[in-house]
Structures are given as structure tokens and as C-alpha cells.
Design a protein around this ligand. Structure first.
Ligand code: AMP
Ligand code: MN
Ligand code: MN
Ligand code: MN
Length: 301
């Protein structure tokens, strides 16, 4: 099990994973299966961060309690900012907070409309039945995303795996892409902070932002009340880890880490397998009592 001294501020790096998905959004494991896998792999603190939905938190929290895992309520909110899609992770949110609950419901309704548009785009190139096909991969029909289309397309033999389907069909400029307006950055941060949570920019390396645009984003994010940036995540190269850790330090932002696990063989890092944060970073959990209490109680140092 990974237990290493982290940084100069007396924070110990736990086996901590603050970004992953269940069948409530586009993950392959139910919340119960996900937490069981995390426990099996030595995770000590876990946040479930489904896209635009918090319906899995209660189940995950219950199993986490039984497995002696410190559980953090999370969500990953889809946002439009300057014509781009960004993901904002909310950690320590209150799942009962009405503006958050209503806001996420509105985003999911938008996802259903976008799914119809994606299916219409795919039909134009002769791929029919993709809406029903994608929904067949959705757990409870609450939330549909591109990953569900991707799994349908793989099943139908249009590409060998999910990654290749995205490249060929589902990203901007490809035939199965449908542009979509998500919620505003200010909404997502407002709901997260209003519910007592901490807002974190998910996988910043995935947005391909130039230096100045990144600076603008970090400034605006902070001005709106955002406090964290994900540094260690499946989609970051070691250079990106260093790069965003440096930005976090320059901008006085807390850093987070999460596998962005969607299922076995669908993410670079599995649960409980993350490398440590770079030295000198202040972790997003530095002042979370529940994490430090459980570390003291369970620690084998
Ligand atoms: P959506 O929010 O429905 O637009 O879908 C975004 C999700 O699609 C991400 O959270 C990933 O799970 C998945 N995804 C996006 N881009 C890729 C890619 N290039 N390869 C594999 N999965 C991807
Ligand atoms: Mn996803
Ligand atoms: Mn994401
Ligand atoms: Mn994610």
C-alpha cells in the first residue's frame, strides 16, 4: 500500500482518489462495485464524482463505511467556458442542496437533447438506431453521455475500442459530434461552493489551452470562488503533472488527484494506483478533518 510523506506542510499522502465514475454516469461499475474495488486496492479516502449526477453518493457512502474508507461526496459538472467544454469537480458537496440538485437535473435534461442530436448526426452517415443503442448501455436512463454512444459503436464493430471511437466519430470535427451548450462556469462553482464544497478544475491538460487562456481561466476560476486544480489524473503526462503543479503554486491553488476511473481497462490509472503529488503542493484535503482523523486512527506508521 502506498504511504509516503508528501510535502513540507506535514500532510501525509494517503491512498486517496478524488475522481471516479460509476454506472450512475458513464462508469462500468455500480457505486457498490466501485467502492468494493477501491477497498480491495487499498484506497483509504475516495470521492465518487459522477458526471452531472449525485444519485450514487448515498449507496457509495454506505459501502465505504462498511469497508473503512473515508468517503467524500463528489460530482463532476460539465461547463461551457469561452466556447469550450470544461469539467469542474465538486468535493465535499451537500447532495441535498437545492440549487445543486436542480442545476444538475437541468444539465441532464440537456444531455438527453444532445443525445438526440448525436444520433441524428450519426444517422446522416448511415449509422441508425444509435439513440436506442446508446441507451441500452445506460443504467437507469437518468444520464446519457458520449461514452454510451462509444460503447454502442464498439459493440457494432465501428471501431476496436472506446478511445478509437471518440477519435473517429465523437469529437469536434468528426461526423457524430453535436455541439452543446453546458452550464456556465459561475453556475457550477456557485452550486459547489454554495453547498459547502470545494471546486476543482478537472484534468486541465485535456483542454489544450494556450498560456494566456489558461491564465485567464485560472484567474476567473479563482475570482468565482474556485480553489483547486487536478494535477495527478489518468490523462496527464509526467510533464503536465509538473506544469500544473507549478501553476497551482503560482496561483495559490490547492491540488487534487484522481484516477478518473471509468472501469477496468478504460482508464490509464486504476483505483488506488495513483502516483504521489509533486513536492510543495498543498493538497485539497489538507484541512479535511475526516481524512486526517481516519489517517490517525488507521495509520500504520
Ligand atoms: P460527455 O460528457 O458525454 O461529452 O462525455 C465525456 C466523457 O467521454 C469523458 O468523461 C470520458 O469518459 C469520455 N471521453 C472523452 N473523450 C474521450 C476520448 N478521447 N477517449 C475516451 N473517452 C473519452
Ligand atoms: Mn466520463
Ligand atoms: Mn472529465
Ligand atoms: Mn471524470
Amino acid at each position: 500500500m502506498m504511504r509516503v510523506l508528501l510535502c513540507a506542510n506535514n500532510c501525509f499522502m494517503l491512498n486517496i482518489d478524488l475522481h471516479c465514475h460509476s454506472t450512475i454516469s458513464d462508469g462500468l461499475l455500480t457505486p457498490t462495485q466501485l467502492v468494493e474495488r477501491a477497498a480491495m486496492r487499498g484506497v483509504e479516502t475516495l470521492a465518487l464524482t459522477d458526471h452531472d449526477d449525485i444519485a450514487g453518493l448515498a449507496e457509495a457512502r454506505k459501502i465505504a463505511g462498511a469497508k473503512n474508507i473515508t468517503f467524500i461526496n463528489g460530482v463532476e459538472i460539465s461547463v461551457s467556458w469561452r466556447g469550450r467544454t470544461l469539467h469542474i469537480v465538486g468535493l465535499g458537496i451537500d447532495p441535498e442542496y437545492t440549487p445543486l440538485v436542480a442545476g444538475l437535473a437541468a444539465i441532464r435534461a440537456g444531455r438527453s437533447r444532445r443525445a438526440e442530436n448525436i444520433a441524428a448526426e450519426l444517422a446522416k452517415i448511415g449509422i441508425h438506431g444509435s439513440l436506442e443503442g446508446a441507451y441500452a448501455h445506460v443504467g437507469e436512463r437518468r444520464l446519457i453521455g458520449r461514452t454510451h454512444f462509444a460503447r454502442f459503436l464498439v459493440e457494432q464493430g465501428y471501431a476496436k475500442d472506446v478511445k478509437s471511437v471518440f477519435k473517429k466519430y465523437l469529437i469536434k470535427g468528426k461526423p457524430g459530434y453535436a455541439a452543446h451548450e453546458w452550464t456556465a462556469l459561475s453556475d457550477a462553482i456557485g452550486w459547489i461552493c454554495g453547498s459547502g464544497g470545494r471546486a476543482v478544475i478537472a484534468h486541465p491538460g485535456r483542454y489544450d489551452l494556450g498560456k494566456n487562456v489558461l491564465k485567464d481561466l485560472l484567474n476567473e476560476f479563482r475570482a468565482l470562488g474556485g480553489t483547486g486544480i487536478e494535477v495527478v489524473t489518468s490523462s496527464h503526462t509526467p510533464d503536465q503533472v509538473k506544469h500544473f503543479a507549478q501553476h497551482a503554486q503560482n496561483m495559490d491553488l490547492l491540488v487534487s488527484c484522481g484516477s478518473d476511473f471509468h472501469g477496468p481497462n478504460e482508464s490509464y490509472y486504476d483505483l488506488g494506483q495513483l502516483p504521489e503529488l509533486p513536492l510543495g503542493c498543498t493538497p485539497v484535503w489538507h484541512d479535511w478533518a475526516e481524512v486526517h482523523q481516519s489517517n490517525t486512527t488507521n495509520s500504520t506508521y
